[in-house]
Design a protein around this ligand. Structure first.
Ligand SMILES: NC(=O)c1ccc[n+]([C@@H]2O[C@H](COP(=O)([O-])OP(=O)(O)OC[C@H]3O[C@@H](n4cnc5c(N)ncnc54)[C@H](OP(=O)(O)O)[C@@H]3O)[C@@H](O)[C@H]2O)c1
Length: 234
């Protein structure tokens, strides 16, 4: 019988937490790596590893010996005009969004290869495919995530599939400041052709699909979940 063990880095909050809720109901086990615990990380089937991905090493020994799917959810929305962008903040964005994902994959790789088939999901942003002001640092880091997705998908095929989701504004702790009051929420919703902002489940449902066998012929893709933002003009 094939096992279904998932690892969700950044599964304590936001999109990752919703993904853990979805996976935990059917999977044998879900391992969550994050700096803090939450109600999701204490639920049945879920093991929590407390770690800061930018500081701590993840040992393969801490992870299941067979991994059917790995999602890397930590990310940043550090917005600002180009004159205020400095090297340390750019490097911090790169470290969290790109280097962290590579470190986690390296720790999980043998266990992913030990699975019948395995899948990795990464996260970009709508601000890579469409230029948005104030997004220079995060768009550069997430652009690297999209390149990483395709490179890994080629290198790890056919055993491990690698895909990336590019959300637009989604109602999570990361987006708190941008959605701080009803006026901001309404203005942000109005910018999207589908006239609302995203819910964590809008994005987690695609992440679950990409992690499971249902998507077994999809690899190397960057898929927008963005209320039409990247491709529609209405
Ligand atoms: N929300 C949006 O509007 C939006 C838009 C475009 C793209 N995205 C992308 O979608 C992904 C998920 O976003 P989200 O909104 O769900 O983010 P979120 O609400 O900030 O949740 C991020 C998760 O990652 C964990 N995390 C953050 N830094 C970490 C670190 N250094 N070490 C370990 N864990 C860490 C957090 O847990 P702890 O705090 O407990 O560590 C949390 O579980 C991100 O890559 C983001 O860039 C989001």
């Amino acid at each position: 019988m094939s096992v279904s063990n998932y690892v969700v880095v950044g599964g304590s909050k936001g999109i990752g937490a919703q993904l853990v809720r979805r996976l935990a109901s059917a999977a044998d086990a879900v391992t969550v790596i994050s700096r803090t615990a939450s109600e999701v990380t204490t639920s049945q089937n879920v093991k929590h590893i407390e770690a800061d991905i930018t500081q701590d090493e993840i040992s393969p020994d801490d992870l299941p010996s067979v991994i059917s799917g790995l999602a890397y959810c930590p990310g940043s929305i550090s917005l600002g005009p180009i004159r205020r962008v400095d090297a340390p903040s750019m490097l911090a964005d790169y470290e969290l969004n790109v280097v962290g994902a590579v470190k986690c994959l390296q720790a999980a790789l043998n266990a992913m290869k030990a699975a019948e088939a395995s899948s990795m999901v990464l996260f970009s942003t709508v601000a890579v495919g469409q230029g948005l002001p104030m997004h220079a640092s995060v768009a550069a880091a997430k652009g690297a995530v999209e390149g990483l997705t395709r490179a890994l998908a080629a290198e790890l095929a056919p055993k491990i599939r690698v895909n990336c989701i590019a959300p637009s504004l989604t109602d999570t702790p990361l987006a708190e400041k941008l959605l701080a009051n009803e006026q901001k929420r309404a203005a942000m919703a109005d910018r999207h052709p589908l006239k609302r902002i995203g819910t964590p489940d809008d994005v987690a449902s695609l992440a679950e699909f990409l992690l499971t066998k249902d998507s077994s012929w999809i690899s190397g893709q960057v898929i927008g979940v963005d209320g039409g933002m990247s491709s529609l003009r209405v």
